[in-house]
Design a protein around this ligand. Structure first.
Ligand code: PFF
Length: 455
């Protein structure tokens, strides 16, 4: 297969932990802090959480391992890795499409992801400047609504976030990424734990939150919640779109895929659960609505920062860390396509980055307008706003589709000896992984797909 010295994907990581950091940087982001809590709220709590955990274990982790393995064997950008691997396996070049589906998902996801990250920048700035100090929860809610109703302000912050993303990508993944992830992720986790401590000791609603998130209630599990849970498992682990494949290409041969992916998945899930457990007690204590949608993180936490001593600084720092977590995810959405452009066209990294980021910014205006000018029914696509349809299309269709193809490729198309060499597991564990990858994960994706389409 592709010779290891091929420099197309720039560098290999300097340290074996760097893959873990980068993949964790990709996985941990707005999906954990913003999307998981509000989706749990919208989908009725524990039924969603339990389905999500099952999807992570049975579908997410096996596919994530497959994706990293394909990347490491391919050693190129996802599109070219898939082309090389298809050639090696003696199958059609059409498999390259897996890379293209991923590049498309990345583009669409980033267009709304960066709008939400823009909110977080706005909140960090306002928090540090004391705008929220002393506000009551209703006032915090109103100020969130005011932001959502202001397309100009949102477009500017969305632009600032895209400029930050472009800056890191243009500098190259290595310089831009390693240092940021190493320091900021632990800082974010510590702040989340402090917030959790506050929610446990001060709100008096912690047990209600635990019950809301974990009470076993299978009756509440609807098909729609199942599809959302599976889509979210893909979203939160950054699967099915080449991000993990692109990072896998930089992974040293001797690192264990199972161990590193296991660590990343556990970190990612822990952060989501901690975020939920920190946020829901505040939601209940302040009489907020768990199913209130995308504003949940912003309103619930800001209501606390507004009243606790030092809230101005702690809150500012918190939202700053949210921005940085979003940034390390955004980078992994851009890198697969930019890596391909550099390999295949005369365009420089800088030029590719600038063009890409501008295009994402433009598409993102659709999401900006979904919260205001285009929120009316006349602008809806299948009953969804532009933002909701981008989210639905990626999380529920293109990412699971990419993941399904990756699972089929790793499980059925690649030579057993080749994939076994990448996995480097004892035969019992290898067979377990292979059964999940060949049968369980594809069947789960297909069944959930089909039931939803037939509705
Ligand atoms: N996993 C990221 C999050 O949870 O915020 C979002 C994401 C990043 C999805 C990168 C897909 C991706 F390729």
């Amino acid at each position: 297969m592709a010779d290891q010295n091929t420099t197309s994907t720039t560098q290999t990581w300097t340290h074996r932990w760097t893959f873990v950091l980068a993949a964790a940087g990709s996985a941990i982001g707005l999906g954990n802090l913003w999307k998981f809590p509000y989706m749990t709220g919208e989908n009725g709590g524990s039924a969603f959480v339990i389905a999500y955990l099952v999807c992570i274990v049975l579908v997410g982790i096996p596919i994530m391992m497959a994706e990293a393995a394909l990347g490491r064997r391919g050693r190129h950008s996802p599109i070219n890795s898939m082309r090389g691997l298809a050639k090696e396996a003696g199958v059609s070049r059409m498999w390259e499409l897996v890379g293209w589906v991923g590049a498309l998902s990345g583009f669409l996801i980033l267009s709304f992801y960066s709008v939400i990250a823009g909110w977080a920048i706005a909140y960090a700035v306002d928090m540090f400047s004391g705008v929220f100090q002393g506000m009551l929860p209703e006032q915090v809610e109103q100020s969130f609504e005011a932001l959502a109703l202001d397309p100009v302000r949102m477009s500017i912050w969305h632009g600032v976030f895209m400029a930050m993303t472009g800056f890191v990508i243009a500098r190259g993944v290595h310089n831009g990424l390693e240092s940021s992830v190493r320091i900021m992720m632990p800082a974010l986790f510590i702040l989340l734990l402090l917030l959790l401590g506050y929610s446990i000791t001060e709100t008096g609603h912690f047990m209600q939150a635990v019950e809301f998130m974990f009470a076993f209630n299978l009756d509440a599990l609807t098909e729609e919640a199942l599809l959302s849970a599976m889509g979210h498992a893909f979203f939160t682990l950054s699967l099915g779109m080449g991000a993990i494949m692109a990072y896998g290409a930089y992974m040293p041969k001797k690192a264990s895929i199972a161990r590193t992916i296991g660590i990343v998945a556990v970190l990612d899930t822990t952060i989501a659960l901690v975020a939920g457990l920190a946020i829901f007690p505040l939601v209940f204590a302040n009489g907020l609505e768990p199913g209130s949608g995308p504003g949940l993180l912003f309103v619930s936490l800001t209501s606390v920062f507004a009243v606790i001593p030092g809230g101005q600084i702690i809150g500012g720092l918190f939202f700053l860390l949210v921005v940085l977590a979003a940034l390390s995810s955004a980078i992994s959405l851009v890198e697969p396509l930019v890596a391909w452009v550099i390999e295949r066209t005369p365009l420089s990294r800088l030029a590719a980055t600038v063009v890409y980021c501008l295009m994402v910014w433009l598409l993102g205006i659709g999401t900006v307008l979904s919260f205001n000018e285009w929120s009316g029914e006349e602008y809806q696509i299948f009953g969804m706003t532009f933002f909701e349809s981008m989210d639905y299309l990626t999380a529920n269709i293109t990412m699971p589709l990419g993941g399904l193809l990756i699972a089929i490729f790793a499980g059925w198309i690649m030579k057993r000896a080749h994939i076994a060499r990448e996995m480097n597991l004892s035969s019992g564990y290898f067979n377990l992984w292979r059964a999940l990858c060949r049968v369980v994960a594809p069947a789960a994706v297909l069944i959930i797909f089909i039931t939803n389409i037939s509705d």
